[in-house]
Design a protein around this ligand. Sequence first.
Ligand SMILES: [Fe+2]
Length: 85
Amino acid sequence: MNPAGLATRSNAEYGKPDKLVDMIKQNLIAERIAVEHYRELVRYFGDKDPTTRIMLEKILAQEEEHATDMHDFLVAHEGTPFLKD
Ligand SMILES: [Fe+2]
């Protein structure tokens, strides 16, 4: 649990973007990684632990909303989708 190694244990990449739009792109990628991670967890718990699965499904819905928000910001800025579905 040492925070010094957090970046090396993360599934997401942490760059140093100079522009706001690049920051949003990185955030979108991180949100989509989170979505995939929560989907895997939901599948893992399945019927083995429905209470945990339901909690994770609620978090998944929030992460999907975050990804949609980032995507919508990019579409509004650039006029085209950044990443395909
Ligand atoms: Fe998020």
